[in-house]
Design a protein around this ligand. Sequence first.
Ligand code: B12
Length: 147
Amino acid sequence: MSGTSVVVGTIGSDAHVVGITLLEHALKEAGFEVRNLGAQTPKEAFAEAAVETDASAVLVSSLYGHAEQDCEGLHEAFAERGADPTTYIGGNLAVGQSEFEEVRRRFREMGFDGVFSADADFEDVVEALRAEFGIDESASQLARARS
Ligand code: B12
């Protein structure tokens, strides 16, 4: 396929790693090139990896309820390095998370292009990225067949 490059990781002090590990596999299976930064990743490391890999998208995971604090300054860190990737965030984005629409609004205001709840399945994320970058599924299948 296009070799669309994506960075994934869990931000801040958050140690939850299962979601992004599975997400990495789903994205690779769909034909994306993935750099997985793992758990407890500082925001600066997301920005550095985005530059190094010329990433089209950066997918941030947060499960422990402190995403808002951990993501403060993330988009500024991209801008300081001249990077402007599409950014998605997903997981348990607030303690309780009763009103997801309100949570989504806050993260959109922080600069995220896509905000996903913990109910999101991998196919939703893959489909959103394909739509974002105009990738059709048959092109992904061809790339898989050739790899
Ligand atoms: C396993 C686990 C742990 C393990 C993590 C092991 C590891 N290395 O991963 C350990 C024991 C270390 C742990 C610790 C803690 N945990 Co914990 N943990 C869990 C648990 C049981 C499962 C998480 C999991 O792996 N799920 C499976 C994966 C596949 O699902 P997922 O991570 O949600 O990912 C899915 C989606 O969210 C989405 N997704 C995830 N990231 C992203 C990113 C993007 C961009 C997109 C699009 C989608 C996406 O894709 C996945 C597929 O659907 C959950 C409860 C639960 N049932 O969810 C609590 C839970 C996440 N933990 C919680 C808490 C509070 C903690 C602690 C703070 C507890 C404490 N007081 O010490 C600590 C935090 C430590 C830290 N520094 O992070 C809370 C969070 C509450 C909140 N946010 O409101 C939860 C929800 C439990 C609860 N009900 O209270 N935990």
